[in-house]
Design a protein around this ligand. Structure first.
Ligand code: GRF
Length: 226
């Protein structure tokens, strides 16, 4: 049975779009029960509606405090029937009650190679620091920001003249590949958490040729279709 997932967004939702496209292509055994945003004008909501996915705005500033917003968010996710939660550019920290309700079933994508450059400005911080490699990380969510066990990372070159925009664009192209892959693994029940590590059960299909990923390191290797 397809894994019912809720996707939380705050902005453009290009990662949401990539996930929708891979679900529609039959690469991920999941269905999106709802796309929920804390911003009423998030383009991610429009993307959802274009695919007949229930889209809901829950503006955080309409709630008296963080706890009240978190409770409303949790209720909306539960009401949708979701059994897992995908954070796709969701710019709010989830409260401990939410994390506890969906423990080990919430995933997030971060635009840097964690544990380097956590926080809101991963791309700009990495570019300003002068690293020569950066990338993206998909990880399970726990109570601490950008902290849970890592599922997959993709590395891309960072160039001396990069800024947040140019490095971020290079990273985003790989976000769109590794996030659907991570969700496919979660939906297939192939991920188990072992302390700080995520273990990936082997697939029936052989992994795609790593060279096809270009001059980048993606580990574990991408499988066919991603
Ligand atoms: C991505 O860079 C993601 O890593 C970060 O927020 C951005 C969301 O982009 N968490 P989009 O809304 O998916 O286009």
């Amino acid at each position: 049975m397809s894994l019912p997932v809720a996707v939380l967004v705050s902005g453009s939702g290009s990662n949401l779009q990539s996930i929708i496209d891979h679900i529609e292509a039959g690469h991920i055994d999941a269905r999106i029960t709802a796309v929920i945003s804390n911003k009423a004008d998030a383009y991610g909501l429009t993307r959802a509606r274009k695919h007949d996915i229930p889209a809901l705005a829950l503006p955080h500033d309409a709630y008296p405090d963080r706890v009240a917003f978190d409770a409303a968010l949790l209720a909306a996710v539960r009401d949708s029937g979701a059994e897992a939660v995908v954070l796709a550019g969701f710019m709010r920290i989830l409260g401990s009650d939410f994390v506890a309700a969906y423990r080990d079933r919430i995933i997030n994508i971060h635009p840097a190679l964690l544990p380097s450059f956590p926080g809101l400005h991963g791309q700009g911080d990495a570019a300003a620091y002068g690293v020569t490699i950066s990338g993206a990380t998909v990880h399970f969510v726990d109570e601490k920001m950008d902290n849970g066990p890592i599922i997959i990372q993709a590395a891309v070159p960072a160039l001396p003249d990069d800024d947040a925009g140019s490095l971020g664009a290079r990273i985003l192209a790989f976000e769109h590949r590794i996030y659907p892959q991570a969700l496919a693994w979660l939906a297939a029940g192939r991920l188990t958490i072992d302390g700080r590590k995520t273990r990936l059960a082997p697939a029936d299909v052989p992994p795609a040729d790593l060279a096809a990923a270009g001059p980048c390191l993606v580990n574990p290797p991408l499988e066919r279709g991603f």
